[in-house]
Ligand binder design. Sequence first.
Ligand SMILES: *[C@@H]1O[C@H](CO)[C@@H](O)[C@H](O)[C@H]1NC(C)=O
Length: 515
Amino acid sequence: MRSFAPLVLSLLGASAAVSAAEPAADAADSNVISLTKDTFDDFVKEHDLVLAEFFAPWCGHCKALAPKYEEAATELKSKNIPLVKVDCTEEEDLCRTYDVDGYPTLKVFRGADSHKPYGGARQTDSIVSYMTKQSMPAVSIVTEENLEEFKTLDKIVIIGYVGSDDKTANKSFTAFAEAQRDNYLFAASNDAALAKAEGAKQPSIVLYKDFDEKKAVYDGKLDEESILKWVKTASTPLVGELGPETYSKYMAAGIPLAYIFAETAEEREKFAEDFRPIAEKHRGDINIVTLDAKLFGAHASNLNLEPEKFPAFAIQETTKNAKYPYDQSKKLDAKDVGKFIKNVLDGKVDPSIKSEPIPETQEGSVTVVVGRNYQEVVIDNEKDVLVEFYAPWCGHCKALAPKYEELAALYADVPEFKEKVVVAKIDATANDVPDSITGFPTIKLYPAGKKDEPVEYQGSRTVEDLVAFIKENGKYEVDGLAEGAKKPEQGGDVTSSASQAAETPAPSEESHDEL
Ligand SMILES: *[C@@H]1O[C@H](CO)[C@@H](O)[C@H](O)[C@H]1NC(C)=O
């Protein structure tokens, strides 16, 4: 099943912000500086660090960002980090110079020649935190005098305590900090007394956070991978809150995510408290979050829960996109749910699979696959199976349909081909599939004997090219247009390059960072 951000999240976020955006955008007392081609270069030359937004006035995401950007600008003013904006409908050349190809585009400038994409979420706190980190050296040096202040600079700060002559530890920590400087704030100290006062040996790394146990100490292996694994675990709240700022982080964590849907803040707090011991027990194996069912309730159906029936609980294995909804007729008792979590982690629970009914008869030449027979039709067999993942609303999919049917007939109508090649399609919005599908149509070939290495089709959507693709990548190298097979009338059609593009999901479903 696709792992899109739930649609309501971005919708709510956007619409709520739009009305608030308008007055701020034109207000004379705005802290966001509008620049043009005449002022831009000089401005970025004069300031060490600048965040620039390239926008278009009609762009919905830009409108949603505007009040947040304004707030961030106000907060960052005291740190001398200016936030600027450029209207790309007025400044086409300037925007082209900086390769702006979508709105809004945010870039961090260090002078006119050095810039990189902004790498945080489009939220006030994230912008402030990200730009603060950009303004500091990768590793600051802390002393007894400034340690306490440094700890308050961000929600999470990471400090390496290394011996003054321990070059190896210093080098490893510095390298890690440089690699992660966009994500965390780092400092180091070689003061042995300070380390002792903080309960840390030399070398060790201490992560200070403004939640849970406030502080975690690491004295394991100092290689990047081990440190990062620890940092990810230590920086994640035991029971966090899922929202636009945290969604992508949880999705990228590489471990299952457990959702507690609840409608009121009080309920969520209570659940968080009840579930904390469970979260502690499984720390590093699963993340547990609460989320506001009033705002984000529609996400429940993505997890195969019944919508509107809250509180509710479900686990999602983000890497395989398997879902484990908890029986909604039962009360959400932490102890019972704790057992359920353990069983899921131990592999004792079968994932729930969203599926249309298995078709009783196949009507055309294209085999219709659904969630429940996907394994059988696509994976557990000795055939080369071509699968089109489509969405009912997708125009390119509709355009492809007659050609795809024609393609399928080339194999279905020839008995010796039929044994070797299957041309199939699945509505990926109504059925769970193991792969994450990000655009429609997506076409993949699952070759016999190599089902775990599907080949994605990137060519033009013509019958001839698809036949060639099956021949080239399938185990049996079947040539559907070889003698005996009827020549399709419009096989050679070359569609225009514009129509080759896969459709990304509807705007409401598209962007993870909007959640
Ligand atoms: C780590 O090494 C660098 C470069 O030699 C040095 O400037 C820095 O002070 C050292 N850090 C600590 C905490 O000793």
